[in-house]
Design a protein around this ligand. Structure first.
Ligand code: DX5
Ligand code: ZN
Length: 220
């Protein structure tokens, strides 16, 4: 399992410490939530902050764009240091072009689906994707409750990927913590994003290690 702590839940006045904690906790990526106040009702991190994080992070940045019409912003985020970059299916009408552009720049390209968006919309583009990020909360804020019906989507997506012999990573984002991470991974998810479960904890490094332990152990 890959673990990607979501920096949105960290102390935003001390992102460098959060980046160091991610390395110490053995995280595989730092998940960076970019919100435009339009596609979602919140405004968060932009290009200069992604650049600053890339400069002080030892681990790659996985950038989640929650913005309308991401097409015009891709190059800036890639230049700022996004190694993995995802856009919402609901936010662009030119998905094929967006995916191609991200990959041409040498980054991994992903599509994010809101909880209510069925995985079937990806039927044709699935072979072109590096990853699919399934939202397990409605995007906009950290600290929301996990929506259990999204586990079934992960199972179905895992089935489709295996049936078609594809190499596409499944990520899940929102409300993941020690109590449900085992079920998330058992549903076929490869990459777990966790915000509050890591950074609302007193010891984020220990929280990352515990998440990994729970993901790999038998369910309680
Ligand atoms: C929600 C964001 C998530 C969020 C995760 O819109 O995309 O990445 O920060 O935080 P938790 O794990 O607290 O739900
Ligand atoms: Zn996110």
């Amino acid at each position: 399992m890959f673990l990607a702590p979501s920096i949105l839940a960290a102390d935003l006045a001390d992102l460098k410490t959060a980046a160091v904690q991610c390395s110490q906790g053995g995280a595989d990526f730092i998940h960076v939530d970019v919100m435009d106040g339009h596609f979602v009702p919140n405004l968060t991190i932009g290009v200069p902050v992604v650049e600053a994080l890339a400069a002080c992070s030892e681990i790659p940045l996985e950038v989640h764009l929650m913005v309308s019409n991401p097409d015009r912003l891709l190059e800036e985020y890639l230049a700022a240091g996004a190694s993995w970059l995802s856009v919402h299916w609901e936010a662009t009408v030119h998905l094929d072009r967006v995916i191609g552009l991200i990959q041409q720049k040498g980054a991994a390209a992903g599509v994010v689906l809101n909880p209510a968006t069925p995985i079937e919309v990806l039927e044709d583009i699935l072979p072109m994707l590096d990853f699919v990020l399934l939202m397990s909360v409605n995007p906009g804020f950290a600290g929301q409750a996990f929506l259990p019906y999204t586990l079934e989507k992960a199972c179905r997506l895992r089935g489709a990927i295996e049936r078609r012999l594809l190499d596409v990573t499944i990520a899940m984002d929102g409300g993941i913590g020690v109590d449900n991470i085992h079920r998330v991974v058992a549903s076929g998810v490869d990459l777990c994003v966790a915000g509050s479960a890591v950074f609302a904890s007193e010891d984020p490094v220990a929280a990352m290690q515990e998440l990994r332990r729970r993901a790999e152990s038998e369910p309680v």
